[in-house]
Design a protein around this ligand. Sequence first.
Ligand code: APR
Ligand code: PHB
Length: 402
Amino acid sequence: MKSLNTRVAIIGAGPSGLLLGQLLATRGIDNIVLEKETGDYVLGRIRAGILEHGFVDLLREAGCGHRLDAEGEIHDGFDIYVNGETHYIHLRELTGGTTVVCYGQVEITHDLMDAREAAGLVSYYEALDVQPHDVLSDHPRVSFRHQGEEYEIACDFVAGCDGYHGVARQSIPESERTEHHTAYPFGWLGLLSDTPPVSKELIYCKHERGFALASRRSAERSRYYVQVPLTDRVEDWSDEAFWDEFRTRLPPEAAERLITGPSIEKSIAPMRSFICEPLQYGNLFLVGDAGHIVPATGAKGLNLAASDVAALFQVLARVYEAGDRYCVPRYSEIALRRVWHGVRFSRWLTGMLHRFDTETTGDLPSEIYSRFKQSELEYFLASEAGRRVIAEQYVGLPYETL
Ligand code: APR
Ligand code: PHB
């Protein structure tokens, strides 16, 4: 068996793990990343694309903001299309100057991987059977196999950045955690294509046939979604069927401009939420999708992963720079406050913008639930105060400091 030593063992090379690793490295805090897939596989997963300003600042702090600053698109706002009318949520005006940046998660992951390699930081891709041990002690260990060899890392902390299906959360005894789950009877069918996007900024559409979203990755690459029942299978959706449905749900002037083309990727993502409490067990922390999932409507998944990383980075920097270990148990509480806000906001937007065919909440039949949600949307869109409530949460609530 090969023995390794580090300060922080990071499980998972998604955006959470890689960003945490880079930030720690800026303060000279040694870390090793363990990823079960290959780098190419990780980069092949098509994910989110709207970044809160807090995330952008964090990427810059990690020294990984150059390409984002050059190629990322600043979005001043987005449209909500409902009842045949378009309402602009002017993020910049409504929040006193804050905007979001459109830059794909794949690009972020790419930049973080390149930076990690350039800095010569240690990573093991295709690390198998990763398992944390003794995380309640001051001497945790992480074992794994790599290219047929057994390894063990001795460390101070373990960061579980290994997504919803990872090993970190599963290694916390069930009696020590609570999982809160909600699920919708629908998902988003997403299509990526190398076609010029229909709009410079995002359009969230509420149509009687269901929700649709026109998003983008760049001036040449579109990312579009339509709400579909969970019973639909992606194989049953031809590109033509997708384009027809998407076009129907767009505002007419956008539908006229729509340029279609072959899909590069097409998949259905279920709309659900999940929160694990607490987000830590001794010296093991859960970060990003390992600890929570949000419905995609508010674009909060990746952004909540970033705020977890910010909270954990502060805690670990304080441990190593000020010798203060008392702040360690505070990670979960700080990260969770923002996570609950994010999940609540995503659920709120999801409720107002989607079509509900089945009974969804408590004793409310779907017809009444849908009417309440429709009137709530109209109410918030009708006033500047209402639009500001949407805008403030969309650009992201402030990060908490220790
Ligand atoms: N051992 C090692 N690595 C693992 C293991 C394991 N047992 N299980 C999972 N992983 C890896 C996955 O292969 C993946 O690359 O952990 C990584 C987790 O990455 P993500 O799922 O991308 O999660 P995270 O980094 O928290 O990113 C936040 O925001 O946009 C949302 O869901 C979207 O991926 C996104 C997330
Ligand atoms: C995306 O581009 O994938 C995206 C954008 C905004 C959302 C959700 C997803 O609210």
